[in-house]
Write a protein that binds this ligand. Structure first.
Ligand SMILES: [Zn+2]
Length: 246
């Protein structure tokens, strides 16, 4: 799995949430032999806790300290079989100063180190950065898959009609893998809600987000059996809304 050529630096463009998903899936493919999405490695990547990935997502723009973190890490040589990834989740927020500090690292990182820069748009990215990256646009890819039709039932402020949800599940006919993808998206969403709530010191929202994260993690540990994705999703729905009011 490690003999594949991975570009030292990639610039991915598109919707922020979508890119987190795509990056997660990509890293899972690189770091888990099959990119299964459910093993410990894949789970850690999804939770942004894998030891070989540093996600850098500043609240208010990057500082030189963020870039220094990268410099400090890449002085350590990796084994020939090791891979290490830096994900700059909001590369469009890089100041000129930060971008310049980053240039040399992304141009010729030491063997095994790779960069993924995510940005909503290409325009704010300095040409010097652009020219050093393999650019991949996901901009045309809106969240409009069949799983996205179901996703909206989970972002409602109050519980949607279960009957209506059940019908949507029937219609979407997700595979087990697609069902897990949806669960993964929800986990990403609530982990972000959680960190935002913590940084804003909103204890109520922190508690809600934490509860959701924990519920979703449990589901992650018990993925649907073949042929049971509909049942799995309906259980998710009930636990998600009914379970959380307890
Ligand atoms: Zn895996």
């Amino acid at each position: 799995m490690l003999n594949k050529q991975i570009p030292p630096a990639q610039l991915w463009l598109g919707n922020h949430e979508l890119l987190i998903d795509r990056t997660t899936a990509y890293l899972q493919k690189q770091l888990c032999s099959t990119g299964c999405g459910v093993c410990r490695t894949c789970m850690q990547i999804r939770q942004q806790q894998h030891h070989a990935v540093i996600w850098i997502c500043p609240e208010k723009g990057y500082t030189l300290a963020h870039i220094q973190e990268i410099h400090d890490r890449i002085v350590f040589a990796l084994d020939s079989t090791e891979r290490f990834f830096f994900v700059l989740q909001k590369a469009d927020y890089l100041s000129t100063q930060c971008a310049n500090s980053l240039l040399k690292s992304i141009e010729e990182p030491p063997s095994g180190y790779h960069f993924i820069l995510c940005a909503q748009q290409l325009e704010p990215i300095l040409p010097t950065i652009r020219s050093r990256c393999i650019i991949n646009s996901f901009a045309h890819e809106a969240h409009n898959g069949s799983d996205a039709l179901l996703t909206r039932y989970f972002y409602a402020s109050s519980m949607p009609d279960p009957q209506e949800f059940a019908q949507a599940v029937q219609k979407a006919a997700l595979s087990e893998q697609q069902a897990m993808l949806l669960v993964g998206e929800l986990l990403t969403h609530w982990m972000q809600q959680y960190s935002t709530a913590v940084s804003k010191k909103n204890t109520q929202k922190t508690a809600i987000a934490l509860q959701k994260v924990e519920l979703i993690k449990q589901l992650y540990a018990t993925p649907p059996m073949p042929g049971s994705s509909s049942l799995f999703l309906k259980q998710l729905f009930l636990q998600y809304y009914v379970g959380s009011t307890r």
